[in-house]
Design a protein. Structure first.
Length: 357
């Protein structure tokens, strides 16, 4: 790929890039830039964390980017995930990695680093430097990165969380912070603070947050706030397709999904086609009885969207087709957890955990 091809492929991942000129310069001057994303191991993994994350990471590695996954085990403890039980958090982290392996993640260009194993004296000194240069008010404005609001009562541990996440970027020595739109505020914090502590500014590439299948509670929010308000949530199981859901569960969830006829905005079923299905197949087949017009084929998301807006495709046909393709994509994952003894043991443990968050 030439620089322009790499840049255009990265733009497919980045719903927002801060900033594009810095990214172009990085691609010109460094053959293998380094990007990172951090994740809290908590609960079962859904398709936004699974299929969509694999699609995005594999696009980045195709451009020569090396990717670091920061397994944020201590962060999960601080944020009260898995009831703060580190042993459970570790188990969930290992289960996440097994899901990504089975989903086709480019493991040759991805490295998994456990936060608890890399938080040395230098790391904590950087955390203190970040904290010293920011007010409590400024830090609490980043609460949304933890799935919290800045008006929520935070624990003392949660106050440290944004300072630590900004430090992750510097400590890992990455060029790119490639996280979801819900993490935007801490990436901006890192860019602001970098010159003050003698570090380079990270380029921020924020990917799209896949909507939950239920009707969004807030359709008026914009930007990062909209992404957070509408995103898929583990705490609402009916809104999420999990990576080991059965065919029956997938069909049931899509059948009940919010999909207003002829409407594109706030339509989660269309999002599955745009961000996952058409990323994995060249064309789709909508199967319909002849009395309803017969089968339809589409080779692009745009054509499907246009016909849906024109009401040539019914919401129930859209739902059934989405369920069919997502189910097919999850077959290798289900088979991995059925046939691999170690992976099955991890999943059994995760499913046995009874936690409040």
């Amino acid at each position: 790929m030439d620089i322009e091809e790499k840049f255009n492929l990265i733009k497919e991942v980045g719903e927002e890039i801060i900033n594009e000129e810095e990214l172009k310069e990085l691609l010109k001057t460094k053959k293998n830039p380094v990007a990172y994303d951090g994740f809290e191991p908590s609960g079962k993994i859904h398709v936004a964390q699974g299929l969509l994350r694999v699609i995005n990471v594999n696009k980045l590695t195709r451009t020569g980017i090396k990717f670091k996954f920061w397994v944020a085990d201590w962060f999960a403890l601080m944020n009260n995930k898995m009831d703060g039980d580190l042993e459970k958090i570790r188990t969930v982290g290992e289960y996440f990695i097994e899901v990504w392996k089975a989903s086709g993640l480019d493991m040759e260009n991805v490295e998994f680093l456990w936060a608890s194993e890399h938080m040395n004296q230098e790391y904590w000194l950087s955390v203190l430097r970040v904290a010293r240069l920011n007010s409590v008010t400024r830090i609490t404005r980043c609460a949304q990165i933890m799935g919290r609001s800045d008006s929520e009562k935070l624990s003392a541990a949660q106050i440290f969380y944004p300072c630590m996440q900004a430090t992750d970027i510097f400590h890992l020595g990455v060029d790119i912070a490639q996280l979801g739109m819900d993490q935007r505020k801490v990436n901006m914090l890192a860019r602001e603070i970098a010159p003050k502590i003698g570090k380079k500014k990270p380029i921020a590439i924020h990917h799209h947050m896949l909507m939950g299948l239920n009707k969004p509670a807030d359709t008026t929010a914009t930007g990062a706030e909209a992404a957070i308000a509408k995103k898929m949530s583990k705490s609402i199981p009916s809104s999420a397709i999990f990576m080991t859901d059965t065919t029956k569960e997938i069909k049931k969830k899509f059948n009940k999904a919010y999909c207003p006829e002829g409407e594109v905005e706030n339509n989660p079923v269309l999002e599955y086609f745009k961000y996952i299905i058409f990323e994995k197949v060249d064309k789709i087949l909508i199967e319909r009885p002849e009395k309803f017009g017969g089968n339809l084929e589409y080779s692009s998301y745009e054509d499907l969207e246009n016909d849906f807006v024109a009401k040539k495709v019914h919401p129930m046909d859209l739902k059934a087709t989405a369920a069919k393709y997502i189910d097919e994509f999850l077959v290798p994952v289900r088979e991995h957890f059925e046939k691999n003894k170690e992976a099955k043991a991890l999943l059994d443990k995760v499913e046995s955990f009874k936690v409040t968050r």
